[in-house]
Design a protein around this ligand. Structure first.
Ligand SMILES: NC(=O)c1ccc[n+]([C@@H]2O[C@H](COP(=O)([O-])OP(=O)(O)OC[C@H]3O[C@@H](n4cnc5c(N)ncnc54)[C@H](OP(=O)(O)O)[C@@H]3O)[C@@H](O)[C@H]2O)c1
Length: 240
């Protein structure tokens, strides 16, 4: 008998998250829950949850809906939703954008990761969290202070949650995975930045992507299907 799986994906309406959702809903014995601000059509094995992850209070109120109880052999959370933020130098950023980027890229995945680990602590099957990070976490890119700092925070949260799971023998497997450059609406936002607030604009305009969303989605799913092949928490699709 095939195993029954539950996948929870944030940012399932566009880009990488949409490609993940479209791939997963075709699999047998698989239920998918997708979170996004834009509405997504419900399907047989797909449940959309329309939510602005920037609104931490609404997220906290919906958290039990996002993590249902059930008899699954495999439960996976993919914290994929992310925002590049306002691309601007410190001194020119709006206060609202500073608050928003950390709400979407740090606070939302932190709340979701914590709730996932609380809900499925006693779950006996496989339980995996993949936080979609970025190589920007370890780079100094002018105009991207919020984005870069938010992904660095996500990496640290993931490393620490993995260590805690090991100390307490909870059986979670966590990854922070860099997806490489993918041609998605996020790249379009990057290319529309103002050159005086982002010295890498020309480089990003001519950057060759590492793969289409569908190709990168397959890599994310390979990692999830073969967690024991990947020892380190911090992973990069360009390396496998
Ligand atoms: N594209 C790249 O080259 C690249 C490179 C490195 C890392 N990444 C990372 O990969 C992940 C996916 O990126 P992508 O390129 O696919 O991005 P994208 O095309 O901009 O899509 C982002 C997804 O996140 C959702 N989202 C954004 N803000 C949200 C909010 N406040 N509440 C709920 N959902 C929200 C969007 O849905 P709605 O708009 O419907 O809310 C959308 O489904 C991100 O974490 C990104 O940082 C991407």
């Amino acid at each position: 008998m095939e195993k029954k799986s539950l996948y929870i994906i944030t940012g399932a309406s566009k880009g990488l998250g949409l490609a993940l959702k479209n791939t997963l809903i075709k699999l047998p014995h698989t239920s998918v829950i997708g979170v996004s601000r834009s509405p997504i059509q419900a399907e047989n094995n797909f449940t959309p949850i329309q939510l602005d992850l920037e609104d931490s209070e609404s997220l906290i109120n919906k958290i039990t809906e996002i993590f249902p109880k059930g008899e699954y052999e495999e439960i996976v959370l993919i914290n994929n939703a992310g925002w590049i933020g306002e691309i601007a130098y410190n001194g020119n950023l709006s206060s609202e954008a500073i608050v928003s980027i950390h709400a979407v890229n740090v606070i939302a995945p932190a709340l979701l990761m914590n709730a996932f680990m609380k809900t499925y602590k006693h779950h006996k099957g496989s339980k995996i969290i993949v936080n979609i990070t970025s190589g920007a976490a370890a780079k100094v890119v002018d105009g991207w202070s919020g984005y870069s700092a938010s992904k660095a925070a996500l990496n640290q949260m993931t490393l620490i949650a993995q260590k805690e799971s090991e100390i307490k023998h909870l059986g979670f497997k966590l990854f922070a995975l860099s997806p490489g450059v993918i041609d998605t609406p996020m790249q379009a936002s990057i290319r529309s930045a103002r050159p005086n607030e982002f010295s890498s604009l020309a480089k990003f305009k001519s950057l060759k992507e590492d793969g289409e969303s569908e190709v990168i989605a397959q890599k994310v799913l390979y990692l999830i299907a073969h967690p024991n092949e990947f020892e380190e928490v911090l992973q990069d699709v360009r390396k496998f």
